[in-house]
Design a protein around this ligand. Structure first.
Ligand code: NI
Length: 463
């Protein structure tokens, strides 16, 4: 049932040729590793690159990477998470949070933030840039880099590169702390609203380190139900097919994953920052761990189910990434020269990573010639598909009068979806900017109202 991704559809060239390119990576150990994986998405390319690299590690029989290779990949991944979370919060969310939802559409954007709060805007731009610089230094390019190869990485860091990144890291930690303070202030100013808005009670899934620590790069799978009871724990992700299945619905291009043991109806779950911060037993870096404790306190011993809690959890992760980067830059393995290992060639490989938006699965099968015959992915946003729909249902229950759509309702739907930070470009394969359309049907399926939000922000009633 796993998602089968057609290479041809994504690249415009024959699937066979694409797969041959991939296989040449596996068989010849080329330095141009995984040329396809990162092109799945222009927003989260490093996550796909690393999930693909982990799957091809298995194919070349590299069961354990060298310390240098693993730490450089981790550094790259922290860079991706940092830049993605900074982009989401400062560029997409801060206008809503700073100005409120009644602010003019013309002003409620990053340009408005630059006008009114230039210091916050500057921090957002520079935090994101710092993440991109980490990606460039570790992978060769800011977007679609090629640093990870099957069994390791293709370069280590020079001492100059380490010093270059060290110069700014303390400032980044400080700004990330400021971002967490800002989201807490906003959250507590309208506490009841933020706890109730689009709230749904769900299971949550994430990777976890063997000792229960928060983990973004590599770990077993943990799922807990809506009250925090364990569904499964420390599952070897290579066996994910035994635990996760996907269903299809005729009204969506996205699939609907669910936990097999709970069934299609009840087995859906959430992934991403909210799930990760809820699921872990502790975070390894001190500042983020202190923030995690404060965050979990609002759940009174139960998982925090607030959908708006995603924003808060995301910034705790942002803070953790800056701290973890600082630690790695002090680690001598980062400048090591032992970059890769190989073993006996296998016919399949699975790579799973905690992408900024949640758990990301890549699974490949190759034939005896090294040609990839099957590639299956479950991307992060797909894992949250049912949850996003349920949050919209909740918003409709809270704000819809049953007769007429309103601009306010359309905004609320957008806020609910934005909390999940969906990457629709890799979850739906859509191209370009997406307008939003809200249809209201009566119980007979008759269309009784429709609002459209154009990419310009203009809202039109089109019925
Ligand atoms: Ni993406």
């Amino acid at each position: 049932m796993a998602r089968s991704l057609c290479c041809r559809a994504k690249t415009g060239i024959s699937g066979r040729r694409v797969c041959t390119l991939q296989s040449s990576v596996v068989l010849r150990n080329s330095f141009r590793a995984d040329p396809i994986g990162s092109y799945l998405c222009g927003i989260c390319p490093v996550s796909h690159h690393l999930a693909a690299a982990k799957a091809t590690d298995m194919i070349v029989g590299a069961s354990t990477l060298t310390p240098t290779a693993e730490k450089i990949r981790r550094l790259m991944h922290y860079g991706q998470t940092l830049q993605s979370h900074a982009l989401h919060f400062f560029h997409l969310c801060s206008p809503d949070l700073l100005f409120g939802f009644d602010d003019e559409v013309r002003h409620r954007n990053i340009v408005g933030v630059i006008e009114d709060s230039p210091e916050i805007a500057k921090q957002g731009v520079l935090l994101r840039k710092y993440g991109q610089e980490i990606i460039r230094v570790t992978s060769g390019k800011r977007i679609h880099g090629t640093g990870a190869i099957p069994g390791g990485v293709n370069k280590s860091l020079s001492k100059e590169e380490v010093h270059y990144l060290q110069d700014d890291v303390a400032q980044m930690i400080g700004w990330a702390q400021g971002a967490v303070e800002l989201i807490k202030k906003v959250f507590f100013e309208q506490y009841d609203y933020h706890m109730a808005f689009a709230r749904i009670e769900t299971s949550m899934m994430s990777q976890i380190r063997a000792d229960g620590a928060f983990e973004l790069y590599h770990g077993g799978l943990r799922a807990r139900d809506h009250v925090g009871k364990t569904i499964f724990d420390h599952i070897d992700y290579r066996n994910y097919n035994d635990y996760i299945r996907e269903s299809v619905k005729d009204w969506s291009y996205m699939k609907f994953p669910f936990i097999t043991s709970l069934g299609e109806e009840n087995g859906w779950y959430r992934v991403g920052p909210l799930a990760r911060v809820n699921n872990c037993d502790f975070i390894t870096t001190p500042l983020a761990e202190a923030e995690r404790k404060e965050f979990m306190a609002i759940g009174n011993g139960l998982p925090v189910q607030s959908t708006m809690g995603y924003h808060w959890a995301r910034l705790i992760e942002l803070l953790h990434c800056t701290e973890a980067v600082a630690e790695l830059l002090c680690d001598n393995d980062i400048v090591g020269k032992d970059l890769r290992v190989t073993g006996e060639l296998q016919n399949s490989g699975t790579g799973v990573i905690e992408a900024p938006r949640g758990t990301l699965f890549h699974h490949y099968e190759i034939d005896d010639q090294g040609i990839v015959e099957k590639a299956s992915l479950i991307v992060s946003t797909t894992n949250n598909n049912q949850a996003m729909n349920e949050s919209i249902r909740r918003v409709a229950n809270q704000y819809l009068d049953g007769h007429r759509l309103s601009e306010a309702l359309l905004n609320q739907v957008e806020i609910a979806i934005r909390a999940y930070d969906p990457c629709l470009s890799c979850a739906t394969h859509a191209i370009g900017k997406m307008p939003m359309e809200l249809n209201l049907q009566d119980e007979n399926g008759e269309l009784i109202d429709r609002l459209e939000k154009k990419v310009t922000g203009q809202i039109l009633r089109t019925l």
